[in-house]
Design a protein around this ligand. Structure first.
Ligand code: SAJ
Length: 427
């Protein structure tokens, strides 16, 4: 008899996993506070504009029951996956409010034999020190009466190659039995490896470390790019050269900053927790500050480019292309492009902004309307459609004077040959 699974939170993490669980034949309930999302999911519609997810939600219409009623969602569940947001506050402190609230709700419906999985990204210690006591307010004991594990989510929005189902996972439990039960469950729904670890803290640390690794490496290549701007070296050419080394090198690419809800946030969870325990992550903190400063660096390059045209930034015709945090997604959370928009709009009142994935924040309706006659086109997000359309010939035809390529995604040589000025980041 397939088990009943409840997923708490139908957002960027919970909705894909709820679809996968339902697709695998489990009776699946999604507990979601937003009634609009509840209705959309029950109609087989995704509130997230990810092509793979739109298909997945449609495919489980009638199999995935979304509801705002905790009793209906949780009371009959054998497994509960907690997939609620774990953001940082304005001053970059971990905000565990959603996790705490979800656990308080769950404690009211906890039953003997249930397996509780925390998928939300937390810092090492949260499951033991915050989640467990909240759940045990039910009077039940973790390990003895119910299972408790951390299985960090690994989702790469927009990545059509690595869908949830084929991304390996790790699991760390409050005891051996919890870990074993969780590994069995994930091996049923995934076509990828599921690795048990020897503690919950190790599992919590995996996610934080893998994303902090990414953030510090992006900061490294951003600093290299700023150095190469002074040295007159093309950073892409050097990355290409380094990538010929079959071991000991992993390419990262400079950009206008680090957006999304994982990479710019997870290092702060580590910094905060370590600081609480008396260790200061100087290197990790420096990497965060460096990445946070990239939008300002990008704007300074735009101003230099405009100065070379003899165009003041205040009156130049600027076209900002791309507002989401990375290519081909509609997510603008922590997007560096929005920071660039904010910085430039403070100086230039006629700036045109266009992102086909983010119509609500665009102030023109098409690429041509944005770019036609621009003194400077700024590519902030390298959507495939932009890279395809912004050929040197098209830019020339649209009478563009200069291109600032914050993603180093365009044909630099071709643009220069067309008599258009070009500046990338590190090239
Ligand atoms: N970025 C760079 N240079 C790079 C790589 C990324 O500037 O070389 C920027 C991106 O433009 C974006 C930000 O960093 O603004 C984050 O990019 P990301 O590719 O890491 O994308 P995310 O935020 O969607 O990260 C997700 C994460 N998945 C989870 O947390 C489960 C991350 O762990 C994955 O490594 C990442 O996808 C991935 O590999 O694509």
């Amino acid at each position: 008899m397939p088990k009943t699974v409840a997923v708490m939170g139908l957002g960027y993490v919970g909705l894909p996993v709820a679809c996968l669980v339902a697709k695998k034949g489990f009776k699946t309930h999604g507990l979601e506070l937003n009634p609009r999302v509840v209705d959309q999911v029950n109609q087989g519609k995704s509130h997230i504009r990810d092509p793979a997810l739109i298909k997945a939600v449609k495919a489980v219409k009638g199999k995935l029951l979304a509801t705002g009623d905790a009793g209906l969602a949780l009371s009959g569940a054998d497994i509960v996956l907690v997939c609620v947001p774990t953001p940082v506050t304005q001053d970059k402190h971990p905000d565990l409010g959603f996790v705490e609230s979800a656990c308080r709700t769950l404690a009211r419906h906890l039953r003997k034999g249930m397996l509780v999985v925390i998928e939300s990204t937390v810092y090492p210690g949260v499951t033991d020190e915050i989640v467990k006591p909240l759940l045990e307010q039910s009077g039940l004991r973790a390990g003895k009466d119910f299972g408790l594990v951390h299985c960090p989510e690994r989702i790469d929005p927009g990545n059509q190659e690595f869908a949830l189902e084929n991304i390996p996972r790790v699991v760390g439990g409050v005891d051996e039995h919890s870990t074993t039960e969780a590994v069995k469950f994930y091996r049923k729904i995934l076509a990828a490896s599921v690795t048990p670890l020897n503690s919950i803290k190790a599992a919590e640390a995996v996610k934080i470390m893998e994303n902090t690794f990414r953030d510090v490496n992006i900061a490294f290549i951003n600093e290299i790019a700023m150095s190469f701007d002074k040295l007159g070296i093309d950073v892409l050419e050097v990355i290409k050269g380094c990538s010929t080394k079959p071991f000991g090198f992993m390419p990262f690419y400079p950009g206008p900053g680090v957006g999304g809800t994982c990479i710019p946030k997870d290092p702060y969870y580590l910094i905060e927790r370590a600081r609480e325990k008396g260790f200061e992550h100087r290197f990790v903190s420096l990497a965060r500050s460096l990445n946070n400063a990239m939008p300002v660096y990008a704007v300074s390059l735009v101003e230099q480019l405009l100065a070379s045209l003899g165009k003041p930034v205040e009156t130049a015709h600027l076209a900002l292309l791309g507002l989401s945090y990375k290519a081909d997604v509609d997510d603008v959370r922590e997007s560096p492009a929005l920071e660039i928009l904010r910085l430039l709009s403070a100086k230039n009142k006629s700036l045109k902004a266009f992102d086909p994935f983010v119509p609500g924040k665009s102030n023109v309706r098409s690429l041509e309307e944005a770019v036609q006659g621009a003194d400077c086109v700024l590519l902030a997000t390298n959507h495939r459609s932009f890279v395809k359309s912004l050929s040197p010939r098209q830019l020339k035809a649209w009478n563009v004077k200069a291109v600032f390529d914050a993603r180093n995604a365009l044909d630099k040589e071709g643009i220069l040959a067309a008599g258009i000025r070009y500046k990338g980041i590190g090239r």
